[in-house]
Design a protein around this ligand. Sequence first.
Ligand SMILES: NC(=O)c1ccc[n+]([C@@H]2O[C@H](COP(=O)([O-])OP(=O)(O)OC[C@H]3O[C@@H](n4cnc5c(N)ncnc54)[C@H](OP(=O)(O)O)[C@@H]3O)[C@@H](O)[C@H]2O)c1
Length: 261
Amino acid sequence: MKTRDKSWVLITGASSGFGEEFARQYAGQGHSLVLVARRLDRLQALAEALRQQNRINVIVEQVDLSDIEAVTGLHQRLLEQGIAIDILINNAGHGLHGPFLDARLDTALAMVQLDIASLTAITHVFAQDMRKRGRGKILLVASLLAYLGVQNFAVYAAAKAYVLGLGDALHRELKPDGITVTTLCPGMSETGFATAAHQKLTPALQQLMMKPAPVVAAGIRALQAGRISIVPGWANKATTIFIWATPRWLHQAVISRIING
Ligand SMILES: NC(=O)c1ccc[n+]([C@@H]2O[C@H](COP(=O)([O-])OP(=O)(O)OC[C@H]3O[C@@H](n4cnc5c(N)ncnc54)[C@H](OP(=O)(O)O)[C@@H]3O)[C@@H](O)[C@H]2O)c1
């Protein structure tokens, strides 16, 4: 198959939501893609559609990223195929909504494993290769909730604060190696997130929901421009200003009400 022969983009969590949209937008730019998630049927259907529409290379990797050995296995398989990842979209993750003490401990820790440990492992493994080549781009998907602790999203919000902190630090640290690190902090968006997190959407949140396409487009633009982080959408940007400008007790109370009703 004749392809447009552009650089490789690896997208985690490509079977739905933002990840699927990242795949569509990078495919539209002619990049070769590695799509990673657990639901193989969805990855394969997306890969076939993108190959036909865009004449690009697409590799599908069914991986449960919560297993760190599976992360290193993925890296090894790509190396053996001579595939060097130029752009890493570290997107796979899920939320957990509800009272801290009502969730099973192993459920909360499984989320920490995926949202923190696996994201760190993938970044570490692929950034090593990028450093050797002297170039690369990494996008970390955090959340607007990274900016504050949120009642009933306690562990998830704290996990995303880690992602934002990691991104801030690596943005400076990896720059001399030619690697750009950008953190994307979306607000509530129309993906599979709410279902996976067992979150019932309040009317206020439904009003604020963004579609995945503009969120992803903002992330790609920010990564391309080498920005440290990006909050997509005016309502989400206004929320970060509100958080910055008001005392902790106030913005916590208001945002908790918007999220929990
Ligand atoms: N949508 C929002 O409102 C929102 C807001 C802020 C931040 N975010 C963040 O955006 C990112 C993407 O979520 P989304 O909103 O697009 O939700 P989504 O539609 O549920 O997508 C989540 C993706 O992660 C993958 N995934 C989950 N567990 C995995 C595992 N163990 N191994 C490999 N892949 C796994 C899922 O694929 P499989 O199930 O096929 O494995 C799916 O492709 C997450 O990091 C989320 O925290 C979302």
